[in-house]
Design a protein around this ligand. Structure first.
Ligand SMILES: [Zn+2]
Length: 371
């Protein structure tokens, strides 16, 4: 993903600045305060949720020469080296591009030696699930008897692909997607630090498109800010991101529920006129209907907040109320029919010379015979 400038510039330099992973931060800062840092950690969770950021913070804090409680000072030689990315004792391996046993073997050789400058040698292995079986075996041997001066932080987006033998040697932390509000809050801070005014709706649209990943949100914000406008509106953000706002999706869903083909068709054609990319709109609509279906099937259960966090953390309270209300008006048969119709339409949109036609057909077929 391009446009990582903002992401790098505003990467948290202390645990206090890390957003939305309170459970992880609390446990790690406690361990640091008590000087009880483990030798192996496993950070699990979706991309862009701060795993490597927290890994680097941990590397910095354990090595900081003037650590206050749990926070790194960001001033001493160790902190400076790490912040500037030139610490020899912080070794980052991207397993997605270095799958081989050679790297791990080298790591096993290198680990015998004491750190060159810092207190601890810290190994961060990103996307650790990509390692080959041989590499995992070599890593396991190292984790079985880690030297006192070494700390391993393994990160993965696909925990189920990490062997149980490795998982059981690590202290495990699960990183979660960020809620819409948290992302908006963060983007707002960055925009104001950059001297740019952005509508709340535009920030929400960016956050929505980032699907819970702070890194993606900041990259999208960078794209929007790249047009050097000091006052960015929702419509401008929509144009740049080629995206559909949730309001439009909700409105069309409302027409579909009422089987109001006329309004739905009119709305779709207005989207075309406004320059929306209809493939993206269809995707958003399908995703919205899917969430509605899942939430509708959970409506009897008391664990609504949990499922909300899981599948629709990006919706505001107001939007969440609407999706629940809309979902109650459809049967499971309705959901199946609607989703099948629009999945087909989304596919056909790519090949149609009139991009709106497949969507229009889906609307008419859903609404049924009206004559
Ligand atoms: Zn320091």
């Amino acid at each position: 993903m391009e446009n990582l400038v903002l992401y790098r510039k505003y990467r948290p330099k202390t645990f206090n600045e890390v957003m939305g992973q309170d459970h992880v931060v609390r446990t790690l800062t406690n361990a640091l305060s008590l000087n009880k840092v483990a030798h192996a950690y496993l950070f699990c969770g979706p991309r862009g949720t701060g795993k490597t950021t927290v890994a680097r913070l941990l590397a910095k804090s354990v090595n900081c020469e003037n650590r206050k409680g749990s926070e790194p000072c960001n001033k001493c030689a160790a902190c400076t080296e790490i912040n500037e990315g030139r610490a020899m004792d912080l070794i980052e391996i991207d397993a997605a591009s270095n799958r081989g046993i050679d790297e791990i073997r080298e790591l096993r050789e290198g680990i015998k030696f004491a750190p060159a400058k810092l207190k601890y040698k810290v190994f961060i292995i990103d996307e650790v699930h990509m390692l080959t079986k041989e590499a995992f075996n070599a890593l396991l041997k190292t984790l079985e008897e880690p030297p006192a001066h070494a700390i391993f932080i393994l990160a993965t987006t696909e925990t189920h692909k990490v062997p149980q033998t490795i998982i059981s040697r690590c202290q495990r932390f699960d990183f979660h997607k960020l809620t819409l509000n948290k992302i908006v809050e963060r983007l707002k801070g960055i925009a104001s630090a950059e001297g740019v005014k952005i509508d709340k709706g535009a920030l929400e649209l960016i956050a929505l498109n980032a699907d819970g990943a702070a890194r993606d949100a900041e990259s999208l914000l960078g794209q929007v800010m790249a047009m050097e406008d000091k006052n960015i509106t929702l419509v401008e953000a929509q144009t740049i991101l080629g995206a559909t706002d949730i309001g439009a999706v909700m409105e069309v869903a409302g027409f579909l529920i009422k089987k109001d083909a006329k309004s739905a068709l009119g709305f779709i054609n207005k989207l075309v006129e406004d320059g929306y990319e209809l493939g993206q709109f269809a995707k958003s609509l399908i995703n919205y209907l899917r969430k509605m279906m899942i939430l509708a099937s959970w409506k009897q259960d008391g664990e609504m907040e949990k499922i909300r966090q899981l599948i629709a953390p990006e919706l505001t309270d107001e939007q969440f109320k609407i999706i629940l209300e809309q979902g109650q008006k459809l049967s499971s048969g309705d959901f199946i029919k609607l989703l099948r119709l629009f999945i087909r339409a989304e596919n056909e949109t790519k090949f149609s010379s009139l991009p709106q036609l497949p969507l229009e057909l889906a609307v008419v077929e859903w609404a049924g015979e009206t004559k």
